[in-house]
Design a protein. Sequence first.
Length: 192
Amino acid sequence: MRDGRDDVMIMIGLSLLFGALTLFIVLVFLEIYVGFHGESSPHHRITRIVTSPDINLALYELVAFLFTIGLPLFIEESQHPFLIEVWPTMIERMVVGVIFMISVPIINVVRYQRLGLDVRHAKGIYDVAASNAECDEDPERGLEVAISFINTKHSKFPGATERGFLEYLSSRDDQLGEIARQKLSTINSDSI
């Protein structure tokens, strides 16, 4: 026979599961909203939630935490036969949430290009842009085309910047490297 404490624990478990589900749905909706509007989203705070690696990680980890605590609590206190048959032990009940808690940081590292992945992507883009600039008969025009290529890729790969590309080219001993050093010195003098 259930007492009032069991009902309270069931409600706490349900509240945690409902909170996790609601937060997850809101986060997915925000991802879709910003995906459709891009950087022209009228709501700066919404864009910041989706594009900030730390805020995004914290919110998805909160979903995982609520789910990891809520599901075992709800199953244990409700003693629902179907749920107990699917997850008979406490460890099995927590496995789904723990896997979610571990996978969220891994996804965050890959998605936001942490651990230097953005630098590797930028270097690959710089290689392509430099080879495109070398193919042009006029090195200055080739460099301008390469810079415009870098600027179009910047929205998708934030690590790829015009300054970074010019610094990448400035180490070369050819005419393209000389032009890049001149442009870089102009950019440096303009920023001072």
